[in-house]
Ligand binder design. Structure first.
Ligand code: SAH
Length: 473
């Protein structure tokens, strides 16, 4: 981080501006809105400066910069159109260890003015440190549109209740839960509709209610890896949780979006390596919820598709633990979309089957005949280890050895690889290209479209990660 964002209290603090033109004017306006006491030195002044002087908001000194003017000032802004004068101000202030902002000259800036989104008392500052101002401006516009105007009054209202809440509800976690309840309640809708007295009444009533510390479990699907495939609901619950229980399929980029101070517990590692047994994970969820925690159980893809979400919920039921399930984009849907493979197509596949490559608990074989139908797409999860067996069984059950297949490794992620060939090559492709987990096998006529539609996958991927796909035909 080149500059540390700090929020500085400028009320009644002395600030010197060198320059009296339009650039100086803009900075002066921002500083005045933060309550600074301005001294402005310049040979000439824009008219607004004269008005501010009359209103007692700024002291104007007609003349040239002298180092003595720095005495007693907290900040200095060099805003003249003369580089030499700006350099003189910068040198003199730096010699005194003061913070200087030289307009349009970033190397001569000890501090910078960020773009500001003002929903006081909520204020957001954005800066690209001068490297990409247009990008920063676009981001600001997006945030401006995203952040409702009622944020300010809402923050102001809850600010007035803070001390009362602190006195009534002891314990940080309980207080956080109280505020989560408030922000999910009608208090927000009242503020939104400018019904402030009603909002205040409701907040008072909520505080008067005894606080229940009931825990809850959110079973949340996070999709196959690209964080932009998360649902809004998933993101919201990831931000509310006290503790997050996750496994290896949840990508690091997604873990970045979890509430900063939530506890994080990993319960799964890659196939073959140690991982926590399902029963222990169930017990962990129960224990955490019974201790009053909001538990966010993050799962790759969709929790109800080869995700054991159902088993976890069954474990919670006898304990009367409240839960919510949030669906996610399952690997088949995400990987196929990013690879340019439509899972069904009027001409090529009228149905699609999602199956697991894992053995059944009783060791029996699945129904290979139903999986071998032509004009049907077969998507195999967890099929890497069994690729040779799958290939052989499908061909024996009547699937053509020439039917196209795709292996999608790390689908939707930065490292996505798509390997295509025919069913007769399936196991060899896995070995030759040293494919590792997570990977999905897609078998069916639709895979032949990948050649033509791949540009789509590439473009979608490029838009997200600005990096082309590796395509091995
Ligand atoms: N609930 C998950 C599936 C979990 S089973 C879902 O709905 O997607 C784990 C298997 O999913 C992996 O072995 C792999 O076959 C597949 N998988 C998950 N994420 C993947 C990804 N990003 N790319 C390719 N395959 C993936």
């Amino acid at each position: 981080m080149q500059y540390l964002p700090l929020f500085v209290k400028l009320t009644d603090k002395a600030v010197l501006i060198v320059g009296g033109g339009s650039v100086a004017l803009r900075k002066a306006g921002t500083l005045l809105s933060a309550g600074a006491r301005l001294t402005v030195v310049a040979p000439d002044f824009a008219t607004e400066f004269l008005q501010w002087q009359q209103q007692g908001k700024a002291e104007l000194i007609q003349g040239y910069f002298q180092p003595a003017l720095l005495d007693g000032k907290l900040l200095v802004i060099a805003a003249t159109d003369n580089d030499l004068v700006n350099a003189q101000v910068y040198d003199a202030a730096s010699a005194r260890n003061m913070l200087v902002n030289t307009v349009d000259d970033q190397p001569k800036c000890g501090f910078i003015f960020p773009s500001i989104i003002d929903r006081s008392p909520i204020v957001i500052a954005i800066s690209s440190f001068g490297t990409a101002p247009v990008l920063a401006r676009r981001l600001r516009e997006k945030l401006e549109a995203l952040l409702p105007q009622h944020l300010g009054p809402l923050a102001e209202l809850v600010g007035r209740f803070r001390d009362n809440v602190k006195a009534k509800i002891t314990g940080f976690a309980a207080r956080r839960q109280f505020w989560e309840t408030v922000f999910n309640s009608d208090v927000v809708r009242d503020v939104q509709a400018n019904r402030l007295p009603q909002a205040e009444q409701k907040l008072t009533a909520l505080l008067a209610e005894p606080q229940s510390l009931a825990g809850e479990v959110y079973i949340v699907g996070t999709g196959p890896g690209d964080p932009e495939l998360l649902t809004l609901k998933a993101l919201q619950l990831m931000q509310q949780a006290d503790v997050v229980v996750y496994d290896y399929l949840v990508s690091p980029e997604i873990m970045e979006l979890v509430r900063r101070d939530a506890e994080r517990l990993c319960v799964g590692k890659k196939a073959g390596a140690h991982s926590v047994a399902q029963q222990d994970t169930n017990q962990l969820l129960i224990d955490l919820a019974l201790s009053g925690k909001k538990v966010c159980r993050l799962k790759g893809g969709d929790p109800f598709i080869f995700g054991r979400g159902g088993e976890e919920i069954q474990a919670l039921l006898p304990h009367n633990i409240a839960f919510q399930v949030v669906p996610g984009v399952t690997a088949a849907a995400g990987c196929a979309a990013y690879a340019g493979i439509p899972l069904t197509h009027r001409d090529y596949a009228q149905s699609v089957q999602f199956v697991t490559g894992h053995c059944r608990p009783d060791g029996s074989e699945p129904d290979w005949h139903s999986m071998s139908r032509t004009n049907q797409t077969l998507v195999i999860y967890m099929g890497l280890m069994k690729a040779a067996h799958i290939q052989q069984q499908l061909i024996s059950a009547g699937r053509s050895s020439a039917v196209p297949v795709a292996i999608i490794e790390n689908g939707t992620r930065r490292e996505q690889r798509i390997i295509t060939g025919t069913l007769s090559q399936l196991a060899d492709l896995v070995t030759q290209h040293d494919v590792s987990s997570p990977a999905l096998l897609v078998i069916g006529e639709v895979v032949s479209l990948q050649q033509d539609l791949h540009w789509f996958g590439q473009r979608a991927q490029a838009a997200v990660f600005a990096q082309p796909l590796t395509h091995i035909a």
